[in-house]
Design a protein around this ligand. Structure first.
Ligand code: SAM
Length: 300
């Protein structure tokens, strides 16, 4: 049964929303019901046994903890914004990473959360409200149309870019590919290739645009895709522009074992980060650009 997914073996993760609750209180509270431990890599992330159903848990309902996977929680942590900074979340809805940024920034400074899709803006606003983040300004519209010279962005020091992607790193989507009715035959292969090409074109444009904001010194790019075309190829194509704007790739989570595919020098050892859809149960990709040169590593 294709839908007898490894999901049943997947540890559950919750991210403690430190704007509302401290880690020890969360450990105490969840520890009354579950075996819970701190994640070894991502601050504020707690690991629970597979199959724990937390959807209706009071801490989830009141926004003290968020049901957020490990890979997804690594993105804002890799960007590592400081309290007081101004940060732009370029493709923000439903807002899990926006809320995480706000917590990392201790509610200080400012986050501008840009989102194009009207329906999803509502979900973004709901997430922000639930998180209690006092420092988020929702900006409806197309990230690509934002003018980097607009005074609104003159102090933006970091950009989180988590653009639309194929979602091929999520288990359900991956298994869908194995169903006979899905993706079979040359016609749908072509459609899939076209879809990936379109996504990659947008992803490259968005990353190039992020590089053009004058005060930005850190950019994190992430997808929940396993496809090279949306990941290493996007980064490789943007490297010359990044270099000419003074950006270099940094090493997010230096202790993490899985890096990028061998597409350019350093991609498989150092610079990029992949999570494995089988071993980690979700396939994510993270690249971190920084403006000042090495040696620079994220502290996590
Ligand atoms: N970062 C979000 C989170 O962690 O909750 C998930 C972001 S989702 C992968 C990508 C989002 O980008 C979608 O909500 C989509 O509507 C939005 N989007 C797509 N194109 C956009 C554009 N040109 N400008 C702004 N947002 C865009």
């Amino acid at each position: 049964d294709l839908y007898q997914t490894p999901d049943t073996l997947k540890p559950r993760y919750v991210r403690v929303n430190t704007l509302k609750l401290d880690i020890d209180s969360a450990l105490n509270e969840l520890g009354k019901q579950f075996m819970v431990q701190k994640d070894d890599m991502v601050p504020d992330l707690l690991r629970l046994p597979p199959k724990c159903d937390l959807h209706n848990h009071p801490l989830v309902m009141n926004g003290s903890v968020f049901l957020q996977g490990k890979a997804s929680s690594m993105v804002a942590a890799a960007l590592d914004p400081e309290p007081g900074w101004e940060v732009l979340d370029a493709c923000a809805a439903p807002g899990n990473k926006t809320a995480h940024l706000a917590a990392l920034m201790k509610g200080k400074g400012k986050i501008i959360a840009c989102e194009l899709n009207k329906d999803r803006i509502k979900r973004l606003e709901d997430t922000i409200r639930l998180s209690g983040a006092p420092n988020v300004q929702v900006l409806p519209g197309d990230f690509l149309s934002l003018d980097p010279k607009d005074p609104l962005f003159s102090k933006v020091r970091a950009i989180l870019l988590d653009p639309s992607c194929s979602g091929s790193g999520t288990v359900a989507e991956r298994l869908d590919h194995l169903l006979p009715s899905y993706g079979a035959g040359p016609a749908s292969d072509t459609t899939e290739t076209e879809r990936l090409n379109k996504l990659a074109t947008f992803q490259k444009k968005a990353l190039a645009h992020a590089l053009s904001f004058p005060a930005v010194e850190r950019i994190v790019y992430s997808t929940c895709s396993i496809h090279q075309i949306e990941n290493e190829d996007v980064i490789k194509s943007i490297l010359p522009l990044a270099a000419s704007n003074g950006f270099l790739l940094a090493t997010p989570f230096p202790k993490w074992r899985t890096r990028g595919l061998p597409v350019f020098e350093g991609s498989e050892h150092l610079h990029l980060l992949r999570t494995d859809p089988v071993e980690d149960k979700e396939g994510f990709f993270i690249a971190l650009f920084i403006k000042r040169g090495p040696p620079f590593e994220t502290t996590t």
